[in-house]
Design a binder for this molecule. Structure first.
Ligand code: HDE
Length: 722
């Protein structure tokens, strides 16, 4: 292991080399016990006679079964379901003026990372497509030790104080008496809690938006949520909000689609991440920072320490400082993705905390949880968690200790060990906390500056396009529609009316309920029994603005790309090979994937007398697993109308506002009235045909349409926007 030297940044290979120490491969090796004894018969236990009882002395059987019995560890209390990948972070715009963190000093400098994405509420085996927040954690193996970014795909949180976290999680998890429902917030206990927690309203707006059902882990943003501090070499502090911006843009599926994906492929996001990396479509994000001088701390009409607030990008623009590329799948899910242990308290010199009371509580929780999950204070020695800059200290022993510390000295100060390991001066990289002045009474209370719970919730809702707003209305109708207790629904309608009356009215209409004239005052909310102070909502701030960055459709970072998108080619026997190949070539040139679907697996015969390989059949596949549909030319294409699986495929694609392209006679498959108004009049501009687009530009017209992700105007035709 090399000495940690900030002039010698770690390379991605350094962590891979470090992991390789623990890798094992049984190829061309004898089967052995854990004690290294070669096994002669792994199929039969030792018995007293061929038909007799097994013998206790069978150490091979005992070892194998015992190990198996203990294979499982407790899943994460939250974020149990996740997927991870290796990669690197590269500085594009060094910021030594803001931080002395060694890994952010030089353009082109790379740091190995391991990144894990997750849902929050569901168990390890639950669906990827739950309506939920997504965790976004990045372990940076820097030359100064581990820095963990432990964020979410939404920039705010449900609660303002760590004391409420166990309550929040108890409320959202399956109800304790019957453990129903799995990976879903649509149930009474969650909305009971939320309806009594006005501070959660901003987060609820995000959770009810399509951000909660991403198209892919690769197409979601990441946010640090809390305000952090960056400290430079002069010990000056700046407040920082941390963002990850996906290179592929931020995209979601629609709720009906999400539910169907959960049935068709509950591993949809996990598989998407895995396959993209295997195919060389390496997911990439830009790291952006909103940097706020210390002197501007009180400049905003919200508190920078309040994790239910964002700093609108219009007020403080984002500075891009680097990029993260994920380019290597884990070799072993358990060893890497399951055993990785993130902690917002893993920081390096140049990064520090603020007094956000949610963050402060997290600083306790993450080590504590690893003790029960991974079972020992030595979890930092597990290969995926191991720092690749050297570690030396006087901590000793404990369960499963791997390190063999030399010598008789395990204390500091010492003379017998020459004073080693010695403390580092600041100039030598020694960590010091930011020297913040604190002069206060000890109180169990919350600052009044945390009291405005509705302005930013309203800003979020009013920044969305009508399509996105309608999706939120429907999400709320769905979620509250699953709530059985009427009083909870009504209480929620009261809170929604404080965000936007039209929103509340529309949700109420779907629920067959009335918005209460006077929203119910939440019980015991944030107020201690005696102090009378606390956190009652105040009047809404006057300075409401809208922010395009909050909408996924208007977002200025929308990227015009179809890279890695999966396009379903609907092919009957007799399909035109020329029509298939021309579109396939155009898509591959854009790094998209042409997925041939046919009546049966294997091959489809072509009009030209040849065959094309068929990877999916209409029976094994479903439209929700693809981004768009292409129907190539071919005399027999229309005959597929008699196949209910094909029609379900097309109806779903149409309903989910996907782009459908047809070449030549392919359009005949769409002759049903749900696609065509009359004759050859198309129902909408999301159907791109070779005749309408002009033969030469057809492929380009189709690709440009797919770049829009979805043809949302179709919802008006369908009436699904009601
Ligand atoms: Fe976490 N959170 N959290 N959290 N969190 C955990 O740590 C906790 C919060 C986040 O991929 C746990 O190792 C408390 C906010 C992610 O392994 C646990 C509070 C944000 C992950 C824990 C919060 C997060 C976790 C469970 C409120 C976004 C998955 C297993 C005070 C900024 C990390 C574990 C991974 C995991 C506690 C709130 C993000 C129990 C007490 C806010 C991405 O320690």
């Amino acid at each position: 292991m090399k000495e940690n030297d900030i002039n010698q940044p770690n390379r991605q290979e350094d962590k891979q080399d470090d992991l390789s120490i623990n890798k094992s491969d049984g190829t061309n090796k004898f089967l052995t016990t854990n004690q290294g004894v070669k096994i002669n018969d792994d199929n039969n236990s030792l018995k007293s006679g061929e038909r007799g009882p097994s013998l206790l002395e069978d150490f091979i059987l005992r070892e194998k079964i015992t190990h198996f019995d203990h294979e499982r560890i407790p899943e994460r209390i939250v974020h149990a379901r996740g997927s991870g990948a290796h990669g690197f972070f590269e500085v594009t715009n060094p910021i030594p003026q803001f931080t002395k963190a060694a890994f952010l000093q030089k353009a082109g400098q790379r740091t190995p990372v391991f990144t894990r994405f997750s849902t929050v509420a569901g168990s390890r085996g639950s669906t990827d497509l739950a309506r939920d927040v997504r965790g976004f954690s990045v372990k940076f193996y820097t030359e100064e030790g581990i820095y963990d970014f432990v964020g979410n795909n939404m920039p705010v949180f449900f609660i303002q104080d760590a004391a409420k976290f166990p309550d929040l999680v108890h409320a959202v998890k399956p109800e304790p008496h019957n453990e129903i429902p799995q990976a879903a917030s649509a149930h009474d206990t969650f909305w009971d809690f939320i309806s009594l927690m006005p501070e959660s309203m901003h987060m609820i707006m995000w959770l009810m938006s399509d951000r909660a059902i991403p198209r892919s882990y690769r197409m979601q943003e990441g946010f640090g949520v809390h305000t952090f501090r960056f400290i430079n070499a002069e010990n000056e502090s700046h407040f920082v909000k941390i963002h990850w911006k996906p290179k592929l843009g931020t995209h979601a599926v629609v709720w009906d689609e999400a539910q169907k994906i959960s049935g068709n492929n509950p591993d949809f996001h996990r598989q998407d991440l895995w396959e993209a990396i295997e195919a060389g479509n390496f997911p990439e994000w830009e790291l952006g920072l909103q940097i706020i001088p210390e002197a501007d701390e009180h400049k905003f009409d919200f508190d920078l320490l309040d994790p239910t607030k964002i700093v609108p990008e219009e007020l403080v623009p984002i500075t891009i400082v680097g990029r993260m590329v994920l380019n290597k799948n884990p070799g072993n899910f358990f060893a890497e993705t399951e055993q990785v242990a993130f902690h917002p308290g893993h920081i390096v010199p140049g990064i520090d905390f603020t007094n956000d009371p949610l963050l402060q509580g997290r600083l306790f929780s993450y080590t504590d949880t690893q003790l029960s999950r991974l079972g020992s204070p030595n979890f930092h020695e597990i290969p995926i968690n191991r720092s690749i800059s050297p570690t030396h200290n006087n901590q000793r022993d404990g369960h499963m200790r791997q390190e063999i510390n030399k010598g008789r000295v395990s204390y500091h100060p010492n003379s017998l060990g020459g004073g080693c390991p010695y403390q580092a001066m600041i100039a030598e990289g020694g960590f010091t906390s930011f020297n913040e002045r604190i002069d206060a009474h000890k109180v169990r209370a919350r600052s009044n500056s945390f009291n405005d719970h509705f302005s930013q919730a309203r800003m979020f809702y009013e920044s969305q396009t009508p399509t996105e707003q309608q999706h939120m209305v429907k999400a709320l109708r769905f979620e509250l529609g699953k709530v059985e207790t009427t009083a909870i629904r009504v209480r929620m309608l009261g809170l929604l009316s404080k965000i936007n009356t039209e929103l509340a009215e529309k949700v109420a209409e779907g629920l067959g309920a009335k918005v209460p004239a006077q929203p119910e005052q939440p019980m015991n909310h944030g107020v201690g029994a005696d102090n009378g102070g606390g956190n009652e909502p105040t009047e809404i701030s006057k300075k409401i603005i809208t922010s395009d960055a909050l909408s996924m459709i208007k977002n200025p970072t929308v990227k015009p790309t179809i890279a890695s998108r999966k396009i379903a080619f609907i092919c009957n026997h007799g399909v035109s090979e020329a029509s298939v190949m021309k579109m396939k070539k155009a898509l591959v040139a854009e790094d998209a994937e042409a997925c041939i679907i046919g009546p049966n697996l294997g091959f489809a015969s072509t009009a030209e007398g040849g065959e094309i390989a068929v990877k999916f059949s209409f029976f094994t596949s479903s439209s929700v697993l693809f981004d768009a549909v292409y129907i190539p030319d071919g005399k027999n294409q229309a005959a597929l109308q008699s196949d209910p699986d094909v029609m379900e495929f097309l109806n779903d694609a149409y309903r989910h506002c996907k782009i459908i392209g047809t070449d030549g006679d392919g359009i005949d498959l769409l002759s049903a009235p749900q696609f065509m108004a009359k004759g050859d009049d198309l129902k909408d501009g999301g159907i791109i045909t070779s005749t309408h687009s002009g033969k030469n530009q057809f492929e380009t017209a189709f690709i440009d349409a797919v770049k829009m992700h979805r043809f949302w105007q179709r919802e008006e035709v369908l009436g699904t926007n009601k």
